[in-house]
Every structure is written in structure tokens, then in C-alpha cells.
Design a protein around this ligand. Structure first.
Ligand SMILES: [Zn+2]
Length: 107
């Protein structure tokens, strides 16, 4: 059986726990709640539908995941991980980036 992480949220109607299973995070059987859901786990369950076994209502999870990540550059003494100079091939990756954005955010 594959590993995953769980997001637990109460059914709005009967208040029993609903479980969404994510494979986009660490997949170490983490148990998250609406108060501590990491973005990498949310990406895997965004748009998923589960049925409350008690109410027989289908609930779709809608996560508000930021589409742009905040970044900064910090001067460092660490060695480089890969050459970071201007990459001529970059414009060709725009299509792939759009596809990736569609997968992550559905638009
Ligand atoms: Zn319910």
C-alpha cells in the first residue's frame, strides 16, 4: 500500500471527520488540519471530492494556494548547486511552465 498524507476536516453538516489523501507532500502519513495544512500537501488534494459516509453529501475541497511564491536572493559562501547564468533555452520552457501552472492551480 502506498504512503500518503492526510488532511482532516469536519463535515460542515454532521461535524464528523472527512479525510483527504495527498501524495504531493512528504507522504509520511502526516495528519493535517485546516490550521496546519502545508502548501505542498494542499496542492495534492486541491479540487478533490470526498463523500461524507454519514450524510451522503459530496464535498469538494477548494484550497486558496498562492500562484506566485515570494523569493529573495541572499549573498552566500555556499558552493553553487548548478550554473545560474542566463539560460538561452528558457523561453522554450514557457509552455511547460503554463502546463505546470494548470496542473497546480487549474487555470
Ligand atoms: Zn456529514
Amino acid at each position: 500500500m502506498g504512503m500518503y498524507d492526510s488532511f482532516i476536516i469536519r463535515c460542515p453538516k454532521c461535524k464528523r471527520n472527512l479525510e483527504f489523501q495527498s501524495k504531493s507532500g512528504p507522504c509520511m502519513l502526516m495528519r493535517c488540519t485546516p490550521q496546519d495544512l502545508p502548501m505542498e500537501i494542499a496542492i495534492g488534494i486541491n479540487g478533490d471530492v470526498v463523500e461524507c459516509q454519514f450524510c451522503q453529501i459530496n464535498w469538494k475541497l477548494e484550497c486558496d494556494i498562492p500562484s506566485v511564491v515570494s523569493v529573495s536572493l541572499i549573498k552566500t559562501e555556499e558552493k553553487e548547486h548548478y550554473p545560474g547564468n542566463y539560460n538561452e533555452k528558457l523561453p522554450k520552457n514557457i509552455k511547460r511552465m503554463k502546463e505546470l501552472r494548470k496542473i497546480l492551480h487549474g487555470n
